[in-house]
Design a protein around this ligand. Sequence first.
Ligand code: MN
Length: 243
Amino acid sequence: MKVDIVGDIHGCYQELMDLLMKLGYQWSEGNIYHPDNRQLAFVGDLADRGPCSLDVIRFVYHVVIELKQGFYVPGNHCDKLYRYFLGNKVIPQHGLETTIAEYQELSTQEQEIVKKMMITLYEQAPLYQVIHKIDTVIAHAGIPEKYIGRNDKKVKTFVLYGDITGETLHDGRPVRRDWAQHYQGSHWIVYGHTPVLEPRFVNHTVNIDTGCVFGNRLSAFRLPEEHIVSVHSQQPFIQEKFS
Ligand code: MN
């Protein structure tokens, strides 16, 4: 089994298409496929902040739900958008406002379709994806070894938000513990959530959120090859978003 795991997309649909081209994906009668029989996986945070969030949702729905040729785990932004679509009261900030603006441009009929896509994607997704054949676990903000196999609320908070302490930094960002430093497992943990300028490899874990929506790159981690493939972002570069 060969898998290409894609980092946080955040509405950067054009960069996603560029990346898939670079990875060798092709289209036949509107369906994406890879001549080497590779599959796609997504670490979550499909929408918010970028220009084409709804196109990213439609594409991931196509791959994961319609073709059943890929894997998707939700990110914190997916969780919030899902709750918005359910009619819950969520504050349209931190990028959600851009996705809502796109949504409000649609006809009622188109709105129903994309809303249903996101709800289905989210409800059918596991909190984290274990892929035994490539000895890999995919979780949006990562996962410590002791949580693999569990699905409780504590695990949900961790995989969506990371190892947060509840405190915030002076710029408002949450304080996070560095769980990867303590990871001693043998399987790959592939995750995103915290934008980094270069993919960050620590103890058989890799953060592949190379901050595309903040102007850096969109990256994929290929397994079993253990190669990174990236494309340049077309968004303006915002240095302070990178840690
Ligand atoms: Mn993100």
